[in-house]
Design a protein around this ligand. Structure first.
Ligand code: ZN
Ligand code: ZN
Length: 194
């Protein structure tokens, strides 16, 4: 499918990232834009920010009464590690395909059966979408399930909180020798007998 090119001017991003789907021609429209690091609003999530401008390409086309978003996002993100909570950089290059439907699925199954299986379906109530929201949710969806600064990240000590990648603490050693641990060991061995 061929898409026409549309230039987005991001001087007023809040207004111009809103796309009226009724204006999308049959062959579709291409939206190409670059998001500068200050576009990202840190919402205390795993994405701490952008390390470089993020390039976005989205083609919106029609599929019957629905719309298909074909997109590509590339850039470098600053992520928070799940284990040590420290920041690290993640090179992102992801593609996505999303179907926007104005109606509930069950009303016309046949139309959906013709579409590819890997398509995610999102329901919309208005003929308008915000590309800001599309990019924001796709950034989250593109992240791996476990976010680690390195595969063998040692994380934080659960007792004293030091970053075990950089420092050592004595918490584990102390625990092994504490009277409580001795008691626990005894109880564990008794339980094993029962
Ligand atoms: Zn880490
Ligand atoms: Zn510790």
């Amino acid at each position: 499918m061929r898409c026409q090119n549309v230039k987005l001017f991001l001087r007023e991003p809040l207004v111009l990232m809103m796309i009226n789907l009724e204006t999308i021609p049959k062959d579709g429209n291409n939206f190409d834009f670059t998001l500068e690091p200050d576009w990202w609003q840190n919402d205390d999530s795993q994405i701490l920010g952008f390390d470089s401008p993020v390039n976005v390409h989205i083609c919106i086309s029609r599929a019957g009464n629905n719309y298909v978003l074909d997109g590509r996002i590339a850039g470098r993100l600053k992520i928070r590690c799940d284990r040590c909570l420290g920041p690290y950089f993640h090179d992102l290059e992801s593609e996505f395909k999303q179907l926007l439907s104005l109606r509930p699925l069950h009303s016309d199954q046949t139309e959906f059966e013709l579409l590819e299986e890997d398509l995610s379906v999102d329901f919309i109530t208005e003929n308008e979408i915000d590309l800001d929201d599309v990019v924001r949710s796709q950034l989250y969806l593109s992240l791996p399930i476990q976010l680690l600064c390195k595969e063998d990240c040692s994380g934080l000590c659960p007792d004293c909180g030091v970053d075990l990648n950089r420092e050592r603490c004595n918490c584990r050693e102390e625990k092994k020798d504490s009277p409580f641990m001795k008691l626990k060991k005894m109880m564990d061995s008794q339980r094993a007998v029962l």
